[in-house]
Design a protein around this ligand. Structure first.
Ligand code: SAH
Length: 247
């Protein structure tokens, strides 16, 4: 449901945009606002621009990093106004809402919004399962931050008003079947990278596209907790094996 969707504004420079985003959210029935290292917050300008959405600003959670903001989320979506070096699963806002609706087991959902100047960095986009692009004028694709929040929130609202509101998790799931959180997937990723360095498969001095490709593989797989455990168990067994052989 709408309260399971976190709107995450990353490294916002202008407090007015934070206020306007809060207003955009409230008009569409969204309430979970997370701010990653905002330049100026709390601020009078943010409060003024929020109009009657002060409650959203008061309840906003402020964190230092994107990783921290998304750690408990099971589906992470990054908004982007342009295509990036490594193609990622890319959807339009309406498809994004369908995906969210079809994965009731993947809650909470994080939707990331980038800096006014340069958007989300590649490393931040690589933490996402999907990228979403608002198909604007190809010659002028970049919306104001709060306007982008408004459009994404509106699409979520339409689904909510639709006959089939965003589905709740309909059945009890075993822990192992539960979708892994962003933090669990990150733990697996770090573990793989460590093992790859041990076996000299991965050279951190010369990462090329390997780490981005590995991240994309996990983003697309949307692993459950049991799968994360199998892979980490396998990696641990490799480490033990190497220790035995080399000691
Ligand atoms: N100049 C930046 C754009 C930043 S706009 C760039 O080149 O990336 C600020 C934020 O608004 C973006 O990071 C994104 O979160 C959102 N946004 C703006 N236009 C968008 C679009 N067409 N589709 C999706 N998100 C958009």
């Amino acid at each position: 449901m709408l309260d399971q969707i976190k709107i995450i504004l990353c490294f916002t420079s202008h407090p007015g945009n934070i206020g306007a985003a809060a207003r955009a959210m409230k008009t569409m029935g969204l309430s979970q606002l997370v701010l990653v290292s905002p330049k100026d917050f709390p601020s009078e300008e943010a409060s003024a621009r929020s109009s009657g959405a002060l409650d959203i600003l008061d309840n906003a959670i402020v964190v230092d990093s994107v990783e921290e903001a998304i750690k408990d989320c099971k589906l992470v979506i990054g908004t982007s106004s342009r295509s990036r070096a490594l193609p990622w699963p890319l959807v339009e806002p309406r498809e994004m809402v369908q995906i969210i609706n079809e994965k009731p087991q993947a809650r909470p959902v994080a939707i990331l919004f980038g800096r006014e100047s340069v958007g989300l960095l590649n490393e931040e986009l690589q933490l996402c399962n999907y990228h979403v692009n608002i198909p604007a004028n190809p010659e002028y694709m970049s919306l104001n931050l709060a306007s982008a929040v408004q459009i994404i929130s509106y699409e979520l609202r339409l689904q909510f008003l639709n006959e089939s509101p965003l589905k709740e998790e309909a059945f009890e799931q075993k822990d192992s079947e539960t979708t892994a959180t962003s933090e669990q997937v990150e733990g697996l990723y770090q573990h793989i990278e460590q093992t790859m360095m041990t076996t000299d498969f991965f050279d951190p001095e010369n990462p090329k596209l390997l780490s981005a490709r590995m991240r994309r593989l996990f983003a697309k797989s949307q692993l459950n907790q049991g799968e994360v455990n199998i892979l980490r168990g396998f990696l641990a067994s490799i480490e033990k094996y190497i220790k035995r052989k080399t000691s």
